[in-house]
Design a binder for this molecule. Structure first.
Ligand SMILES: [Zn+2]
Length: 279
């Protein structure tokens, strides 16, 4: 069953209902594209488009819909790397209304803080959501092919364990991203992917050869699933979206389908707490 459930609103979005039911203080989801309007009307990233005020307005409206405070929106400048930041209370709001204050050069965010809305941006790359129920620690990581082959999923698990999480209490959700049939690549992606997956011995599920020379279809969600399972995540604690950002044109921005001329979805995770800020 698809874990990300669609909500048709002014600003449409998907929520990860399974986690929100099991852990009612969590708020977890990813935005959708507005089905009719110009992509800028559902773009959440400052680095695309030409209207930062509209991005700010979209973020503000989305947080209102989700009943979280706009001031708690905290995000990083994503660089397709594997740097992970433990976000603390003094980081709250970084990058939310001003791109220059975003946490620099970071693709993985973790926090223990309540009322801190961790946000990251996507148009085909894989959003990874993390929750450690023993520590009440949340996280999100941006895994495009570069982050995937550099093992950002594994590195997030390692960092959570360093912080004291027990692996059997770690939950991971793999969000909507480009699907295998829409993601054709060449050896520049396959070779590093093979190196990362070599110890896992699971290539068959992750990519297939296309008819043409040096072309392959890659399932980035499945690659991340294998990496996460190998890192010690229990299979019963792992959920995976089946949605393809490229095929499902009415729901998603897709960098590849739209040839770069598109917006960014935002994926989020936060914890509602008692203090003011998220209510
Ligand atoms: Zn597709």
């Amino acid at each position: 069953m698809e874990p990300f459930v669609y909500h048709k609103r002014d600003l449409p979005f998907f929520s990860l209902d399974g986690w929100q039911e099991q852990f009612p203080h969590l708020i977890v989801g990813i935005s959708a594209k507005h089905p009719e309007e110009d992509w800028q009307m559902s773009n959440y990233a400052f680095h695309v488009g030409n209207n930062p005020d509209l991005v700010r307005e979209n973020r503000r409206k989305l947080t209102q819909q989700l009943q979280v405070s706009f001031e708690s929106w905290t995000c990083a400048e994503q660089v397709h790397g594997t740097k992970i930041k433990l976000v603390e209370s003094e980081d709250r709001g970084k990058g939310g209304s001003n791109p220059h204050s975003a946490i620099s050069s970071t693709d993985g965010l973790l926090t223990f803080e309540n009322n801190l809305f961790l946000a990251s941006f996507y148009a085909d790359c894989v959003p990874l959501f993390f929750y450690s129920s023993d520590l009440d620690l949340i996280g999100v990581a941006h895994a495009g092919w570069k982050g995937t082959v550099q093992g950002i999923g594994r590195k997030m698990i390692d960092r959570m364990v360093q912080l004291g999480a027990k692996k059997n209490h770690i939950y991971v959700a793999i969000g909507p991203s480009i699907g295998m049939r829409c993601y054709e690549v060449d050896h520049r992606v396959i070779e590093p992917l093979q190196r990362e997956l070599q110890p896992l011995n699971c290539y068959q599920n992750v990519y297939v050869k296309a008819d043409r020379a040096d072309r392959y279809f890659v399932d980035l969600k499945q690659a991340n699933a294998q990496i996460l399972l190998h890192a010690g995540v229990s299979i019963e604690n792992l959920v995976q979206s089946e949605r393809c950002t490229s095929c499902q044109t009415e729901f998603f921005h897709s960098h590849r389908r739209d040839q770069g001329n598109t917006g960014r979805m935002v994926a989020w995770i936060g914890k509602r707490g008692d203090e003011a800020g998220v209510s």
